[in-house]
Design a protein around this ligand. Structure first.
Ligand SMILES: C[S@@+](CC[C@H](N)C(=O)[O-])C[C@H]1O[C@@H](n2cnc3c(N)ncnc32)[C@H](O)[C@@H]1O
Length: 290
């Protein structure tokens, strides 16, 4: 039953809000959609040669993030916005790190805990993570900070918990620096609403938050050369197959009672926004000065 896995019940409101309750409601309500269509990694893939499988492309993004995190075995890592814990498990099992993942979604944390593999998971906002100051070697945030309303606090928490020399590595959805009215109204605004993001910041805004938090920017990279928009063709094809063959999924996901049904429009908007440079998938790495 599709509905049996909607542990949060129907989404909390009829409007596409981007506060923490709405974000939690979105991921809880679409738990099964995300697991079955996206899998354990709810993030873009990176294609270098073009012939990589989805698994290889997904893994390429994780490897790029972990490379910049410069992790030693035994490092203490916070995965801020961990989803189903796909990256947390790689960090724990392959890099020997001690990892805690934070998610707003009880459904995601329950699935991740059942999967095991070493990390701990907390259903808790990153903005109120309660971690000890200066005790964390790396903070990883893959496609999660864009959901957070209070960006200075999100970056400030990373700076607070990091040990001197510790690194923040993030990948996120950002808008271009000076969007036209058409880009704002036709792409960035709707993508933010449909994706439960308060707004799409620019790279210079993120770099400002990094510096404002007292971190030193090490690297800022637009991942466009790796064709991340290919991810959306794959998601659209998987979803199309599911909708064609599963009446229950069709009724739930496209039903008028489901405010998240507008995600269907994003499947077309996001790849267009990425291809045209209106939206940018960026990786940034920063360090807490020693
Ligand atoms: C697109 S998913 C990415 C998940 C994961 N990083 C991955 O790559 O598979 C966004 C995640 O951010 C989490 N998130 C959003 N706002 C959050 C907050 N304030 N505190 C903790 N997690 C948050 C959501 O619960 C969700 O797990």
């Amino acid at each position: 039953m599709w509905s049996s896995s909607y542990s949060g019940g129907m989404p909390v409101s009829g409007t596409a809000g981007s506060d923490e309750v709405s974000v939690a409601g979105h991921y809880d309500a679409l738990d099964r959609f995300y697991r079955e269509i996206w899998g354990e990694h709810v993030h873009h893939g990176l294609w270098s040669g073009g012939n990589e499988s989805v698994a290889q492309a997904t893994r390429a993004l994780i490897d790029r993030v972990t490379g910049w995190a410069a992790l030693e075995p035994g490092a203490t890592v916070a995965d801020a916005g961990c989803g189903y814990g796909g990256t947390s498990r790689v960090l724990a099992t392959e890099h020997g790190c001690s990892v805690t993942g934070y998610t707003l979604s009880a459904a995601q944390a329950a699935w991740a805990r059942e999967r095991g593999g070493g990390p701990e998971y907390e259903v808790r906002s990153w903005l109120k993570n309660g971690r000890e100051a200066g005790g964390t070697d790396a903070v990883i945030a893959i496609e999660s900070l864009s959901h957070m309303v209070d960006k200075p606090r999100a970056f400030g928490e990373a700076a607070r918990v990091l040990a001197p020399g510790g690194r923040l590595v993030l990948v996120d959805w950002l808008g271009c620096e000076r969007p036209s009215v058409l880009q704002r109204r036709g792409l960035l605004g709707p993508i933010a609403r449909e994706g439960r993001l308060p707004t799409l910041c620019t790279a210079s805004e993120y770099e400002g938050y990094i510096r404002g938090a007292g971190l030193r920017l090490l690297h800022s990279e637009d991942l466009a050369p790796f064709s991340p928009q290919r991810t959306w063709g794959i998601v659209a094809r998987r979803l199309g197959r599911r909708l064609a063959t599963d009446g229950e999924a069709r009724r739930y996901l496209l039903g008028s009672a489901n405010p998240d049904r507008t995600f269907a429009f994003s499947l077309a908007r996001i790849p267009l926004a990425l291809r045209t440079g209106t939206m940018r998938l960026m990786l940034m790495a920063a360090e807490r000065p020693s």
